[in-house]
Design a protein around this ligand. Structure first.
Ligand code: AMP
Length: 455
């Protein structure tokens, strides 16, 4: 099936052609003709499947006739995070370039006055996060009873983030005669209940088994041999070392590094910077302009490593992301699927590495259960083989080169406990990290480290 078979207008087809897409993805094939016919949609699809275009493309055509009135948006798209909302807005710019549509982005962290001014002029599409939308509504900034199409995107995420009461309130403010498009990566019973409440005779489309991981992602699990439950800072330190070692061994073009806590986002970022890596952070406490600026730089390859929290990185659409690192094992198995799903998108391949220790076993079991896959366990070293390490004779002044690490590894592979020796080796590196400044990169400098950092 081609895009031309879906019933889209010439203008939209031209924009799709300009975007370089040849064939519609399964969710686009399943949804677009039905959205154009005015039917409700219940889409079970992950990000990375072309889900956004499956609703934006037909919406552009539906909106092509008619005009928006002041403060009365014609369509409403609810997104769980500011980044996702901004991405959907970008999609409207890309696919709507041959149509004259007006849109407003109502998200926290940006000026409310400016948002009200845009709404005053009348908008075809309102893209919003639930909290800010209600805020503005309650201040009398808009009327929602002219909304003809409602999109609820990433519903499971909205539920996780506690936004569902806001979403339900927003839905209660809308006209009952409307078209509703409801998307979720997973369909737990609570989401199904909401879908039943919001949708009328929807067309159900499932493009992947709930919470499946893309076949294009090579997943790895690195067990950190740390046993002292009371020494969490020691564990985190060992993980930072392991992270650097993997980055050094892999050819990382760009990567997202997920931490469970905001505090660790900062610590990991500072540690990477201290070791000469080009990194930045993305988390919920940053102002919206700062988040946007960081994302723009990351997408433009000016930042190579982005250390982030789940909320900030949810649904980010980054072309060609080579790696995802889970510095911490996520506590919700579904977050694992979403995190690693940032790579291996749109037919490309990606690699993920999850750092774990023995206390994470229950979370790892949950991940393997939800994805139905066993994640490959590797030990650090050459090519992921189980290897041993020998304590270097003297502390080094510079970071070891990739070749040097491999040579050491080969030499050590004949004897001893791998994990213990990795620990002692890393202890030396760490001691040296702490005591002495890093004064070189060794003889292997990955390309991304040589690019200028303009934060
Ligand atoms: P989404 O699932 O909406 O986050 O989209 C994931 C990525 O797929 C985005 O980078 C889109 O630009 C891209 N994409 C969407 N539709 C297509 C298509 N039909 N062919 C190729 N890439 C697509």
């Amino acid at each position: 099936m081609s895009f031309a078979d879906l019933g889209l207008s010439e203008e939209v087809l031209k924009a799709v052609f300009d975007a370089g897409y040849s064939d519609p993805t399964p969710i686009q094939q399943g949804a677009i003709p039905h959205v154009l016919m005015g039917r409700d949609i219940l889409g079970c699809a992950q990000t990375g499947t072309g889900k956004t275009a499956s609703f934006t493309l037909p919406m552009i055509d539906i909106l092509a006739s008619g005009r928006a009135r002041s403060r009365m948006p014609r369509t409403l798209i609810l997104e769980p995070t500011r980044e996702l909302a901004a991405q959907v807005a970008e999609n409207f710019d890309t696919y709507g370039k041959y149509n004259k549509l007006t849109k407003a982005l109502i998200i926290g962290g940006t000026s409310m006055d400016e948002q009200t001014r845009v709404l005053d002029k009348g908008v075809d599409v309102l893209i919003a996060t639930p909290g800010r939308l209600l805020d503005l509504f309650e201040r009398g900034g808009m009327l929602l009873n002219d909304v003809k199409i409602l999109v609820i995107d990433e519903a499971d995420r909205m539920l996780d983030m506690g936004f569902m009461p806001d979403v339900e309130k927003i839905v209660s403010l809308l006209n009952k005669i409307r078209q509703t498009l409801f998307f979720s990566a997973t369909m737990p019973p609570e989401i199904k209940r909401l879908a039943d409440a919001f949708l009328i005779n929807p067309r159900e489309i499932t493009v992947a088994r709930p919470a499946t991981t893309s076949k294009n992602i090579e997943q790895h699990l690195v067990m950190i041999s740390h046993t002292n439950k009371r020494d969490i800072s020691g564990l985190q330190k060992a993980k930072r070392e392991a992270l650097r070692q993997i980055i050094c061994q892999e050819s990382v073009k760009n990567a997202l590094i997920f931490c469970n806590r905001k505090r660790d986002v900062d610590i990991v970022h500072k540690s990477l910077q201290k070791h000469g890596y080009n990194s930045a952070t993305l988390h919920g406490d940053m102002s919206q302009p700062a988040r946007m600026e960081t994302m723009t730089k990351f997408k433009a390859d000016e930042i190579a490593l982005l250390v982030c929290s789940d909320v900030a990185a949810r649904g980010l659409d980054i072309d060609d992301l080579s790696h995802v690192f889970n510095f911490d094992v996520p506590m919700h198995a579904e977050d694992y699927v979403h995190r690693i799903g940032r790579t291996g998108r749109a037919g490309k391949t990606g690699r993920s590495f999850t750092l774990a220790w023995r206390e994470d076993e229950k979370f790892l079991d949950a991940i393997e259960e939800i994805t139905g896959e066993k994640v490959r366990r590797i030990e650090l070293g050459n090519g992921g083989q189980s290897e041993t390490r020998k304590k270097p004779d003297k502390p080094r002044k510079t970071r070891p080169s990739r070749d040097k690490v491999a040579r050491d590894t080969d030499a050590r592979s004949e004897n001893g406990s791998a994990k213990a020796e990795i620990r002692s080796h890393q202890h030396d590196l760490d001691k040296q990290d702490k005591d002495e400044p890093v004064i070189g990169m060794g003889d292997h400098v990955p390309a991304f480290m040589t690019r200028a950092l303009k934060i």
